[in-house]
Each structure stands twice: as structure tokens, then as C-alpha cells.
Design a protein around this ligand. Structure first.
Ligand SMILES: Cc1ncc(COP(=O)(O)O)c(C=O)c1O
Length: 424
């Protein structure tokens, strides 16, 4: 297949003039090899087309939102029907109540729901509700865990004051002693604890928490009158049809959701238990577009498919076979592959690849054969990934390993990435 990214390069050059840095945030390709497309034309099912018209089987799913396939007809139809009636009006439509009811009946710990736009909004809303609950200041987060891009939680320092995080305290993920210590250090003032369902930092292997650690988090919150908050923005509905810590037997007081529950429409949610309702009633949180009815209609339909279909088992089946196939190919071609985390959100890194040059080389070779894998961010599987996509993917990955082994792939570190890893 002949492969070009001329249209993408052209758009990047134009963007450099009118968008700071040409692109910002997690969707910037600044840290990726130049072959990675920055701009896209369209998506359908499990496939995306870049602006040069090249089609890829997509294993990133828009960083999560695509759960049932791009342009999934039932969700598109529900959204279009609501759009025709009205979207942003003087107040919400009936569908807001329907959506809250659907969440409350689906997610075990939830007695109420509030809606906003992005995961960052939902986590910031959780933070203020937790502080309002007992009029306390301190919020506990695991070191390095991503909860969004507001001043209190952004991973990058530019424009952020120490005061923005004056009352955020950190502990080591999955480390019981560290959690106990941070509670002690802030005794009487802990408002809430953010818990990530499993460890899913960029650049690193992923891992699940111990059940005892998750239960300890619950117990410490109870003993200290603090609220436990599960940030399900990334993992939501890919690990369970309920909150991601429900299978561990741990129910939070608050959980935050985003990305996939409207199959790509812009909406996120804060869910809460009865205990947190009074505080949630008091805080002033809002946004001009938070009450849009179209994403809510898309969400109601997406939740119905989450409840009524075997989508999760299909995701798991694809993810498991992909992992097995890649492990076998890597072994055959003599590469050490580290595949970690849940199979539906796979992190794929290479052994002995501190500067990511092998991962970069391999993912570029995959791209050139029509398959998109991210070299350092966990991937996502959708329900539109089936046998055809798996066979095509494994055929392409096999040839990508082969090219790498034959020394045909360009293996060079990315200067911007090296700088970031060295200096944070
Ligand atoms: C765990 C987690 N929390 C919060 C966020 C922030 O969500 P958003 O980018 O929608 O603001 C993300 C985004 O990737 C995330 O992965």
C-alpha cells in the first residue's frame, strides 16, 4: 500500500500559524513519530481515515469514547431525533431525568447523577462536593495518576501555582502504608480520596490494585468521614457494566465518568450515593453546554446497549485474542513484548526500550500497514472490533515485526519525548 501524509503535513504547517504549537493537549502528536497522523477525515465502526485518506483499524478509539464503533447507528439515530427537537435550550429536556434514572439503576453505588462535559469537569465537581461534605480541605490522590487538566490536577507545571495544589496530598498507588500515612498526616481534614480503577499511566506498564488496598481505601474513608471517589473516566464500562471497583466489592461515595458512555458525544457525569447528596445540592457547578439534550439522548441509548448486549464479552474476546496473537508473533520474531493491564485496554511496550525507539519503530510499521496502535498510551477496544479486524490486524503486526527484525524500520528516539522524560 502506498502511504503518504502530505495533506496532514500541510494542515500541520497551517495549524502552526493559528494554533499554539500547532496542537495542544493529549491529542497533539508532538511526542510521536512524524508518520502518526495529526488530523482525521472520518471514522466508521473500528476504522478511522486520516486526512490523507489512509484507513486504519483503530486501537485507540479516540482515547476511549468509541465503545460501540464510530457512527454506531442506534446511537446516531437517538442523537439525531433529539437534535431535531432541540439541543441547547433554556433548560434541560426530559432526557436528562431519563439519563439520571438509567445511571442510578445501572451503577450500584449511585443514588443520583449530575452531568457536565469532560472528565476534568466531573473530577473537579467531585472535588468540590467532597470538600463541601464536611467543610474540609484536603484531597488525596495517587502520585502520577491522571485526573484531568485543571490547575489542581494537570500533570504539566506551566501556568500552575503551588497554591493551586496547596491542599492536594499524594500517596503511592496500591501501597497500603502510604495511604495510611497520608491519612495520618492530614488527620481530621481529609475531604476525599481519588481512586483510579487500575494503574494506567502513560509510558508505564499497567497493573491492577490489590483487593485489600481497595478495601483499605474504603475503610479509611469511613473511619475518617471522607468520601471515596472512583475516577472511572477512562476505564468506565470497559471493566464492568457497573462501577469498576464493584467487582472488587468496593463501593465509592462518588464516581466520575466520561469518554465512552455516549459513544463519542460530549458528556461526562458525577454519580453519588445518598451520603453525598446534601453536599452535591449545595455546590454551584454549571456550564452553558452541560445540559445539551443531544449527548444525553446518545448516552441513554449507549447505556441501553451496555445493559442489554454482550458488548463487554466481545471486547474481552477480541482483546484476549489480540494479546495472545501479539505475544506469539513477538516471540517468533525475537522481541520481548510487555502487554499489561486489562485486555480491553491494552498497554503494549517493548523490553529494553527505555527511549521507546523500538515501540515507535513497530507502531510506525503497523501504521504503514493500516493498523493504529499508540506507542506509549494504553489502547482501547470497541464492540466493532470483530474477527475481520483481528485477522487484518494480526497480519499487519506480523509484517511489522518482520520489518523491524529485518532492520527496515527507522529506529530513532524522539527529541521532545526524551526531554519530557528527563525533565517532566
Ligand atoms: C482517568 C482519567 N480521568 C480524567 C480524565 C480527564 O478527562 P477529559 O480529558 O475528558 O477532561 C482522563 C482523560 O484521559 C482520564 O483518563
Amino acid at each position: 500500500m502506498s502511504w503518504t501524509n502530505e495533506a496532514d503535513q500541510d494542515l500541520r504547517a497551517r495549524a502552526q500559524q493559528v494554533i499554539p504549537g500547532g496542537m495542544y493537549g493529549h491529542e497533539s502528536t508532538r511526542l510521536l513519530p512524524a508518520e502518526f497522523p495529526q488530523f482525521y477525515l472520518r471514522g466508521k465502526g473500528a476504522r478511522i481515515w486520516d486526512v490523507d485518506g489512509t484507513r486504519y483499524i483503530d486501537h485507540l478509539c479516540a482515547y476511549g469514547p468509541n465503545l460501540f464503533g464510530y457512527g454506531f447507528e442506534p446511537v446516531e439515530a437517538a442523537a439525531a431525533a433529539q437534535q431535531r427537537l432541540g439541543d441547547t435550550l433554556n433548560g434541560p429536556a426530559e432526557v436528562m431525568v431519563k439519563l439520571a434514572e438509567a445511571f442510578v439503576s445501572q451503577v450500584s453505588h449511585a443514588d443520583w447523577a449530575m452531568f457536565c462535559k469532560n472528565g476534568t469537569d466531573a473530577n473537579s465537581m467531585a472535588l468540590v462536593v467532597a470538600r463541601a461534605h464536611k467543610s474540609r480541605k484536603t484531597i488525596l490522590c495517587a502520585k502520577g495518576a491522571y485526573h484531568g487538566a485543571a490547575p489542581w490536577n494537570t500533570p504539566r507545571p506551566a501556568g500552575i501555582l503551588p497554591e493551586d495544589r496547596a491542599h492536594i496530598a499524594y500517596f503511592q498507588y496500591n501501597d497500603a502504608d502510604s495511604l495510611v500515612d497520608v491519612f495520618k498526616a492530614h488527620a481530621g481534614d481529609v475531604a476525599g480520596v481519588f481512586a483510579t480503577p487500575f494503574r494506567h499511566e502513560v509510558f508505564y506498564d499497567q497493573y491492577e490494585p490489590d483487593v485489600e488496598y481497595a478495601r483499605l481505601a474504603r475503610r479509611l474513608c469511613d473511619e475518617n468521614d471522607a468520601l471515596l471517589i472512583v475516577d472511572d473516566v477512562r476505564a468506565g464500562f470497559r471493566l464492568a457494566r457497573d462501577c469498576s471497583w464493584e467487582p472488587l466489592g468496593v463501593r465509592p461515595d462518588l464516581s466520575t465518568w466520561g469518554k465512552c458512555f455516549a459513544n463519542g458525544y460530549p458528556i461526562s457525569a458525577l454519580l453519588g450515593s445518598e451520603k453525598a447528596r446534601a453536599a452535591a445540592k449545595e455546590v454551584f457547578v454549571t456550564g452553558s453546554f452541560w445540559f445539551q439534550a443531544t449527548p444525553m439522548a446518545a448516552a441513554v441509548e449507549t447505556l441501553r446497549h451496555i445493559r442489554e448486549t454482550d458488548y463487554l464479552e466481545r471486547l474481552q474476546n477480541y482483546g484476549r485474542r489480540l494479546r495472545e496473537g501479539l505475544a506469539q508473533q513477538a516471540g517468533m520474531h525475537g522481541f520481548g513484548l510487555r502487554q499489561t493491564g486489562p485486555v480491553v485496554m491494552p498497554q503494549i511496550l517493548f523490553e529494553d526500550d527505555a527511549d521507546f525507539r523500538i515501540g515507535y519503530g513497530w507502531t510506525v510499521e503497523c501504521l504503514k500497514r493500516g493498523v493504529y496502535f499508540h506507542p506509549y498510551h494504553n489502547g482501547f477496544i470497541s464492540a466493532a472490533h470483530g474477527d475481520t479486524e483481528l485477522n487484518e490486524t494480526l497480519d499487519a503486526t506480523d509484517r511489522a515485526f518482520e520489518a523491524l527484525k529485518a532492520g527496515k524500520a527507522a529506529l530513532k528516539p524522539n527529541a521532545a519525548l526524551m526531554q519530557l522524560l528527563a525533565h517532566g
